[in-house]
Design a protein around this ligand. Sequence first.
Ligand code: SF4
Length: 480
Amino acid sequence: MKYHIVALGCQMNQSDSERIRSVLERVGYERTDVEEEADLLGVVACSVRQKAIDKVYSRIHKWSEWKKSRSVMTFASGCILPADREKLMDRFDLLFTINELPQLPDMLRDYGLVTPGSLRAAEIDSGRDDADREYWKIDPAYSSRFDAFVPIQNGCDKFCTFCAVPYTRGREVSRPSDEILAEVRRLVDSGYRSITLLGQNVNSYGLDRQSSGATERSFADLLDAIGSIGTETDRRFWTYFTSPHPRDMTDTVIDTIARHRVLAKQLHLPIQSGDDKVLIRMNRNYRVSQYRRVVDKIRSTIPEATLFTDIIVGFSGETSEQFEQTRAAMREFAYNMAYIAMYSPRPGAASARWEDDVPQDQKRWRLHELGQEMMATSHAYNRALVGREVTVLVERPDRKEGYLSAKTEGRLIVRFASEDESLVGRFVTVRIDSATALSMEGSFVGVEPDTLSATSDLARRDHAAFRCALDAMVGAAVGG
Ligand code: SF4
């Protein structure tokens, strides 16, 4: 029997779908990428964006039509608002929260479906210490053999007014750090080269457990322990995390990233707006001056780090002057990448009750303007790397025929001419030949060693190159 899963929304949903796959495969289901072939069809839904929830409805409409002519079963899980949950309950055969995942085999059987492997949920946990059924204990069926997501936390306590996540995923719950470190160690031992720690608010990791009396590592301590895995194993890998909240970004976290080679020199620090009044309405709980202090600390401690951000334009009540403040912040902070979104009210979020009063054409103009700012600075950065050799991790064949697609440690896209797919998942040196704002093109120089001890000179080379590119970018931003 075959299953097919559609994962919508963010990386956390992708990661959840890897654990659902694992449970289904352990009870004997076989994965298919062809929807029409599947006996069991599932969606990991996202209520946070209207577009994503629309996709859920169109999927279930199609699948319900199929049910008229053949036997299929449907399920939904993921990040679902209570109002959507009620509506979806009638449409899907099974609806479960991700915490209920270990009970999925029982649910399938209760529904009257004999799972191919005939395993009960308890048997899935066999060999483990106790009958703990937390879904985090399930080993995921990773989608990649070299690049993995590791969830460290679920839910969010921040209640930004534009966001529905605290209502879909609930309050912050941290995964025990021993479990996280064991998963990271397994990944490193099996040759993974890129690991991304996931959570809605990663840098408040551990606080919920500490406040309930448990002994738990802080986020900085967790990163430090991952850094030590690099030192102990001498394996080369890059560890990322997303997303941190600027309010909780401590100097200790930044110092820890600087100290360990396996902690990637890339930070995603969502600013959302460059205006204090808008930040207050967004309930972001920091001011631009506090954000600036964090960026200054990053620039002085890890000057080679690339900086990414998220920005919303046209938030309810945003004036032209407030938008100009965001433009000024973009120039000042000179981002390598900014994910800029036009505000739209999200069902369930507090701001959905407010007037969406910035006209659509104004939002589009603001989006375009910020996009241009971002392109100017990122182009200056990428251009400064032309002629230099950098390390990249090869990800896949590129859309451009005869090329492979790769990323630098700072998550900048580099493509280079090669049809050697055995390079996918390897660290290689590429000489940068040309650059645009969003990517670079280069020539293959050679495969790099997989151990940290053999690559210290290469790391120094990269750091020097990226620092020089940063100077060029900041110069362009100031000039702009
Ligand atoms: S920090 Fe804000 S934007 Fe991020 S998940 Fe929590 S409420 Fe949403």
